[in-house]
Design a protein around this ligand. Structure first.
Ligand SMILES: [Fe+2]
Ligand SMILES: [Fe+2]
Length: 482
């Protein structure tokens, strides 16, 4: 059965929300009643709403305040205002600033239902291949959470590798790439201390993905080998032959140490350049760092899971910049961009939010939605960062463009200049995509980070430009390790 569309009705008077609920429930909607406007943001973040019907005059936060929260949290959500006759003027103004419609109180059922039907968001189906990719990404996200060694071995059991069970072949875990489907079942051998008996436990079914979570569980137990049925040996050989020709094969054999050092250096570079006046010396070392990063990634391609483990998710501009830079460089390599352009992208993304260092910390750490003047202050950061870096002759112009244009949108609604389409630098568009992804998946003082699949879904649907939609799909493929 398809899920019912969810509508939130917001009014400080419970009688009114109850009445509205009755009207809309009859029409087949799931209705969430809220009487405290301060809770709106939480619902917007954690509930998949298709419409909001709200009173205009409420204590604490009025209709315009609610609209403001919607714009920042879920801008596509239609909002219908219910107003008293006296508020009409403000309601008209609200409609101008983005509300879908207003109705006067007392609410006429027919008018409300008609307005709801007209504006309610009907979830468009996601194209199948995107759905598949997102599903795959979900597996990656979830399997790491499930990494619990106790799920594999019980208290009075130990893993035994003393003997090879009869009819089985031993193989090494390092020859199995996490995140890939395997066509044979994997077993480990268990010794039960109480019964003193050996037994085999299936840890991965045939034709399922050998997950990173499982690999971590086994690694925690220092387990080097597993067993497969002799009958599956041929399938294993085919798997290993195919894998050896894959560019990802080396990933598990090399240590992540090198990348961890690079990541730390990226954080350091941003910290230095943000905290001190910009000097050519620090920019030269940042350029060297990006060169080095590029070479390391080319020699040793990384998957999103590898990168993700390196990332700090602490919402500071330092780690955010390093995340966006590292992810952009490896995405650039994945796209097959010319090395020069990847390096330009690396430098631009490393410093894309440089201008934020002039923004008042109180604004950056604020837990409540920002006011208009605070937003204006934030929106100055691309130009400020550009101005800081422009004085350096060694920053390539294309990297400067990334800093300046990373909040411009294809439909012209971005900032600072509101330029559109092809006028926006392509590398800046890639920066915007990766930037958005990193921001959405990171916890903020005012909301929890989205899981990667949810973030990707939103990014995909919010993208208005066809070419960029394709780039987002590529990005999803890249994150899915394809
Ligand atoms: Fe930014
Ligand atoms: Fe950013």
């Amino acid at each position: 059965m398809p899920e019912k569309l969810k509508i939130m009705v917001l009014d400080d008077e419970p009688e009114i929300t109850k009445g509205l609920k009755r009207m809309l429930f009859k029409e087949g909607y799931e209705v969430i009643e809220v009487n405290d406007p301060m809770k709106v943001e939480e619902y917007l973040l954690y509930t998949n709403l298709s419409l909001l019907v709200t009173d205009f005059n409420m204590p604490g936060l009025d209709g315009l305040g609610v609209l403001d929260i919607v714009k920042k949290t879920k801008p596509e959500l239609p909002v219908i205002f219910l107003t008293g006759v006296l508020d009409l003027e403000t309601a008209v103004e609200a409609t101008r600033s983005g509300a879908a419609e207003y109705l006067t109180k007392p609410v006429n059922t027919q008018k409300l239902v008609a307005a709801v039907k007209k504006h309610v968001l009907v979830d468009e189906a996601i194209p199948e291949d995107v759905a598949e990719l997102i599903k795959k990404q979900k597996v990656l996200d979830e399997d790491d959470e499930a990494a619990d060694p106790d799920k594999i071995v019980l208290e009075d059991e130990i893993i035994s590798t003393e003997t090879i069970p009869k009819g089985f072949v031993e193989l090494r875990f390092e020859d199995i790439l996490p995140g890939q489907m395997i066509s044979f079942a994997l077993y480990i051998q268990i010794f039960n201390k109480r019964t003193k008996r050996f037994s085999l436990r299936k840890v991965c079914q045939e034709n399922t993905v050998f997950t990173t979570g499982l690999r971590n569980i086994l690694a925690k137990r220092n387990l080097a080998s597993a067993y497969i049925h002799e009958k599956d040996y041929r399938a294993y050989l085919e798997y290993i032959t195919a894998l050896k020709s894959s560019p990802h094969f080396n990933i598990e054999r090399v240590t992540n140490q090198k990348k961890l050092v690079l990541y730390g250096k990226a954080v350091e570079a941003v910290t230095e350049i943000l905290n001190k006046p910009v000097e050519n010396k620090s920019i030269t070392s940042a350029i060297g760092l990006v060169d080095h990063m590029f070479q390391t990634m080319v020699d040793d391609p990384v998957t999103y899971n590898d990168l993700f483990k390196l990332f700090q998710r602490d919402d500071t501009i330092f780690s955010h910049s390093a995340n966006v830079c590292l992810l952009s460089v490896s995405f650039g390599i994945y796209l097959g961009l010319d090395p020069k352009r990847v390096k330009v992208l690396g430098l631009g993304t490393l410093f894309h939010d440089l201008g934020m260092n002039r923004v008042d910390r109180k604004i950056l750490e604020k837990r409540r939605p920002l006011t208009e003047p605070e937003w204006r202050e934030i929106k100055l950061h691309p130009e400020r960062g550009y101005a800081i870096l422009k004085s350096s002759v060694i920053v390539p112009l294309s990297s400067l463009k990334i800093v300046l244009e990373h909040h411009e949108k294809d439909d012209g609604t971005g900032y600072p200049r509101g330029i559109a389409g092809e006028k926006i630098n392509m590398m800046a568009k890639i920066c915007r995509l990766v930037d958005k992804f990193d921001s959405m998946t990171t916890d903020k003082p005012y909301r929890k980070g989205f899981l990667a699949p949810e973030a990707l879904k939103r990014i995909y649907w919010e993208e208005s430009d066809e070419t960029m939609k394709k780039v987002v799909l590529k990005f999803i493929q890249f994150l899915g390790g394809q």
